[in-house]
Design a protein around this ligand. Sequence first.
Ligand code: MTE
Length: 322
Amino acid sequence: MLIRKAPQIKSSEITSEADYLDRRSFLAKAGLAAAGLAGASPVIAAVASDPGASGRVLENVSESPLSLDEAPNSWRDVTTYNNFYEFGTGKEDPSRYAGSLVTRPWQVKVSGECDQPGDYNLEDILSPHALEERVYRLRCVEAWSMVIPWVGFPLADLLKRFQPNSDARFVRFRTLYDPGQMPGQRRRILDWPYVEGLTIEEAMNPLAFMAVGVYGRELPNQNGAPMRLVVPWKYGFKSIKTINAIHFTRTRPRTSWEASAPREYGFYANVNPNVDHPRWSQASERIIGSGLFAPRRKTEMFNGYAEQVAHLYQGLDLRRNF
Ligand code: MTE
């Protein structure tokens, strides 16, 4: 066998990042084929083939044309590498400690500039919505990313039911505040409860999603049960978990991360490889689950969703409005 020294290997012979990712997806598909699930929808195949998955299986979930055509991260990656500071700041803290969260019964308070305010039971919030699967990339502001198969429904479909009026220029979302159930709230890392917000146009964009499940099953607590936002073109911190209040407002909400460090975390928080975080580059991202010496992937403008969302920011200086 001819053994060549490293410098003689042409760069064209080294597996490109695209080939590497293709191969990952091929291997995932081959695994499904071996399990006899080659023709199954990604939802059924993923649920049936992951031995670690737990939680109630959601029924009648359709596929969405808005899904990425990429193999998702494993159930384990998605449910044990989390950010949920209400349960601690370590990545595994949420999966260890979020069992203390009780998500039934659950109420969501809807208020502000809308014609149908009120305290809604979770069942009444969810029942009219058909479920679909959306495979999206989640790009964290900390410069890592994952591909996650969420289950839920378009945020716009939910918000329209509350009939926002013409003064509803923004929507504010709030996480439960209960330090008994969420021990991380005893530490003043953030000004609790966690608050996030979107412009009404962002919230009504077809990509904005309310997730109630992942991998075809009900959301585990650490992923934001019973319902959480998923805004795939923005840094992950905009995708607020465990929502119990929705407020329509005329003025821009003061969001938790912006309030805590305004020079580091903006209101818009659109994924943007050209605007670095003051303490690190945002040009590339570490792919979770691909090993210690994992290839990094170039971060894409709006996380790859420019075609669908760039129009929302026409005329806006994205360097100043980061
Ligand atoms: N929502 C609440 N309430 N608390 C949090 O700490 N972390 C955010 C976001 N939503 C967070 C939150 C961050 S920084 C990220 S990257 C995503 O959740 C992570 O979602 P995941 O753990 O389901 O991957």
